[in-house]
Structure formats: C-alpha cells, structure tokens
Design a protein around this ligand. Structure first.
Ligand code: ATP
Ligand code: MG
Length: 263
C-alpha cells in the first residue's frame, strides 16, 4: 500500500486562492513524478471546471460517493475519477448537487468521516490526495479535516485577511483532539502578494503568527491566474511567474514529506 499523504486546502474566507493552489500544487507535484488525486469538495465546482470537467451520463461525482457511504451501498470510485490534462493528475469532480450534502449528512451516522471512509476503503494508489475545500466551516470542511493528515491555508495578502483564521485553527485543533489526532498544519501560504504596504504588512503579521509554518514561497498577484482558469490550463504547465512560484511551493511540500520516494 502506498503511503498516501492527504492534504486539505482550506480557508473559510472566499476567493483567497484555495482552488488555484489545489490545481497548481497538484500539477506541480505531478510534474515531479508523483501520482496525485485532486478532490473537489466544493458545490461551486470551480476545481472541476478549471480542469475542464464535462458532465457525462456514466460519470459520478463526489456527491454520489458520499451518498453511497451514507446509505451503506456499493460504489465504484473509479467511475468518479477523471484524468486531467496534467501528467499524473486525476480528479474527482463536484457540482452544485453537492450543496445537498449538508442535508443528507445531517441524518448520517458519524457524518464527519464519510469522505475518510471513501478513501480508506478504496486503498488508492496515489502519493498525494489534495482536497479543495469550500469557503465554509460546515460539515464538508469537517469531512476534509477528518480525512486529511495535513492542512494548507492560503491567505490572501489583503486587508482583513487574517479575520477568521483563528476560528479555522480552533476547528482544526478540535478535530485533532477528537476524530483525527494525526492532523497537522502543513503551513500557511500567502497569495496574491504585490508591492503595496498592505501586502507587506500581512506578510509580516503572518510571519509573526506562524513563524516557520509560513511557507517561504509567496504567490504573487497576477492576471495569469484568472487567464489560466479561463483556458483550463494549470499555470505550472507553461512558462510564467506564478507557475514557477507554485513549483517552488510544491518543492517545499515534497521536501517536508521526504519519506515519499519517487516512483
Ligand atoms: P472560493 O472560496 O470561492 O472557493 P478560492 O479560495 O478557491 O475561492 P480561487 O478560486 O483560487 O479562490 O481564486 C479566486 C479568484 O482569484 C479567481 O478568479 C482566481 O483566478 C483569482 N486568483 C487566484 N490566485 C490569484 C493570483 N495569484 N493572482 C491574481 N488572481 C488570482
Ligand atoms: Mg475554490
């Protein structure tokens, strides 16, 4: 069995770069030779659209997998896995139907561990599983934190960026103390930095609060990010500054998991 690392990318603040980080970190790790599975755990389905997902009749999404676990019925996870354009990178899509999860999970036994039970049962052959979370502290986020062994928090270099971070860290700590003792904060990554004093002040504050848990790679603000979602091509797949930065972030992460040997 592979020693799969499961990373949740979360921040309940919207639009801070979670999805952009999940896609590009995944693609950068794929370029290094690791096998990567991205999981879209957001009813907005942004990660899926970024990767060019198109609905087809025999394709199932994360919603059906979770429903099967809740109903204790058979599921074939391979029917949910899509190949992306990036080498070694697959993904499980989500769409708006996932917004019903709050309802169907409310009735379920051990409702925080539904995603975890999908991943354990399947014994998947991936080096990294990266979960792109939605901007909320609800039950889907709990599922990501229960299934993950580490958490990456993207923080936008902007006013009010740190509001709510302590709440997320509290929830993470509660998860560590209850369902998932091995959960760790892998680090905070600052996104959309620029030359403004505001951006510098946020970085300074993050350094003060998180110390060596602040990744030394900073992700700059650049229109290439939005362009890349539009063209459905990860930034790391072509030459540009943000792509380089995400490769450097992937290096930092791979180094912190050095026990993972390349295939
Ligand atoms: P949500 O909370 O809605 O899921 P998110 O945290 O996943 O949002 P993204 O979707 O990755 O955030 O990014 C939000 C918007 O900002 C997108 O339009 C994206 O293209 C843009 N963006 C992401 N990273 C950068 C960047 N480094 N520079 C400029 N724009 C960026
Ligand atoms: Mg997102």
């Amino acid at each position: 069995m592979k020693n799969t690392k499961v990373i949740a990318i979360a921040n309940q603040k919207g639009g801070v770069g979670k999805t952009t980080t999940a896609v590009n970190l995944g693609a950068a790790l794929g370029m290094k030779g690791y096998k990567v599975l991205l999981i879209d755990l957001d009813p907005q389905g942004n990660l899926s659209s970024y990767l060019g997902y198109e609905y087809s009749e025999d394709q199932i999404t994360i919603t059906e997998l979770m429903l099967s676990v809740v109903h204790n019925s058979f599921f074939d996870i391979y029917k949910s896995i899509c190949n992306s354009e990036a080498n070694h990178v697959d993904y499980i899509p989500a769409d708006i139907n996932l917004s019903s999860a709050e309802l169907f999970l409310a009735q379920a036994l051990s409702r925080e561990t539904v995603l975890k039970r999908i991943l354990i049962k399947e014994n998947l052959e991936y080096d990294y599983i990266i979960i792109d979370c939605l901007p909320s502290l609800g039950i889907l986020l709990m599922n990501a934190l229960a299934a993950a062994d580490s958490l990456i928090v993207p923080v936008q270099a902007q006013k009010f960026a740190l509001d709510g971070i302590n709440l997320l860290l509290d929830v993470t700590q509660q998860m560590q103390q209850t369902l998932n003792p091995q959960l760790k904060l892998a680090g905070v990554v600052v996104t959309m930095t620029d030359n403004t004093n505001m951006s510098k002040a946020v970085i300074k504050q993050l350094k003060h609060q998180f110390n060596d848990k602040l990744f030394s790679t900073h992700i700059s603000k650049s229109v290439s990010a939005t362009y890349s979602t539009y063209t459905e091509k990860a930034l790391v797949l072509y030459k540009n500054k943000l792509g380089q930065e995400y490769k450097s972030l992937a290096n930092e992460i791979a180094v912190s998991y050095t026990h993972l040997t390349l295939p």
